[in-house]
Design a protein around this ligand. Structure first.
Ligand SMILES: C[S@@+](CC[C@H](N)C(=O)[O-])C[C@H]1O[C@@H](n2cnc3c(N)ncnc32)[C@H](O)[C@@H]1O
Length: 272
């Protein structure tokens, strides 16, 4: 019997409105859908998105993935889960694995596929991109990520940023997204205040979910508890055009007009 096909499906940050039509169609046609969850009893964010899609006939399963600091333990867990998916593929079932955001970006999906390739000859796999969490935060907060020649970097896992590494990261990008910063967030804010005091910071937690929280105020951000689904966007560049005077996003000199940026003169008081 021919093996079923594996689909790695990005379902976006958690808002069912941010799932692509292609992902919906794929999930409606799948025989089995697997969604990741970080611990037994917790609800899977991607599983919740699947529940919101109409006409799903697939068998749905949640797979627990270890978040242990022990890398071997994590990989052993991925391998066990890959075995469960491989069993269904061997039965000829088309299997979808859903993941938050995009399946090709910091996702368990990548590890799973490597094990599936080892377990099955001629694995057939297809991937459906999803809206990244930082794109969702940028849109929800109205914060432009980058313009023109600005550089954009994504920094994962800043558990304990040492000042030198942090300075290097700042030197490499005009806009930086810090993922998985729930334990290091306030240290990042401290270092940032020292290095680039006029940087603009946007914090987003649980983007796209009912408990979504967004703030551009460092003091309010500092007061938040640790939240796994959270990130910081730091804009150190000046952008191509000045901000509207008095806007929350405005630079320190907001209100000065006309303002020269990148050689262009813009007068925000001129409404023509
Ligand atoms: C393993 S990475 C997953 C990235 C995901 N594949 C993507 O494309 O966005 C997990 C980290 O992504 C960020 N993240 C993912 N979804 C999020 C959401 N809905 N709200 C805030 N942060 C989120 C957090 O920084 C979290 O620690």
């Amino acid at each position: 019997m021919r093996y079923g096909k594996f689909y790695g499906v990005g379902v976006g940050p958690g808002d069912p409105g941010l799932v692509t039509l292609k992902a919906v169609k794929c999930l409606q046609n799948a025989d089995v859908i697997f969604s990741a969850v970080s611990r037994q009893g917790a609800r899977s964010v991607s599983g919740n998105v699947v529940d919101s899609i109409p006409d799903i006939e697939a068998e749905c399963h949640e797979l627990v993935f270890s978040m242990s600091k022990d890398w071997n333990e994590r990989l052993a867990c991925v391998k066990e889960n890959a075995r469960l998916i491989a069993d269904e593929l061997e039965r000829g079932k088309n299997c979808a694995f859903t993941t938050i955001g995009d399946p090709m970006t910091y996702s368990t999906c990548g590890y799973l596929v490597k094990f599936l390739e080892l377990m099955l000859d001629d694995l057939r796999a297809e991937f459906i991109p999803g809206v990244n969490s930082w794109s969702a935060l940028a849109a929800a907060s109205g914060r432009v990520l980058v313009e023109d020649c600005e550089r954009f970097t994504v920094q994962p896992n800043y558990i304990d940023p040492d000042p030198e590494t942090f300075k290097k990261a700042l030197a490499d990008g005009d806009t930086l997204v810090f993922l998985k910063t729930y334990r290091s967030r306030n240290k990042i804010l401290d270092l940032l205040a020292e290095e680039v005091p006029d940087a603009k910071v946007t914090y987003g937690a649980n983007i796209g979910l009912p408990e979504q929280f967004i703030s551009k105020d460092p003091d309010k951000i500092r007061d938040r508890k640790d939240e796994y689904l959270s990130m910081l966007i730091v804009n150190t560049g000046k952008g191509c055009l000045p901000e509207k005077p008095g806007s929350e996003q405005g630079p320190a000199n907001a209100g000065a007009s006309p303002t020269e940026v990148s050689g262009c003169q813009v007068d925000f008081n001129d409404k023509r």
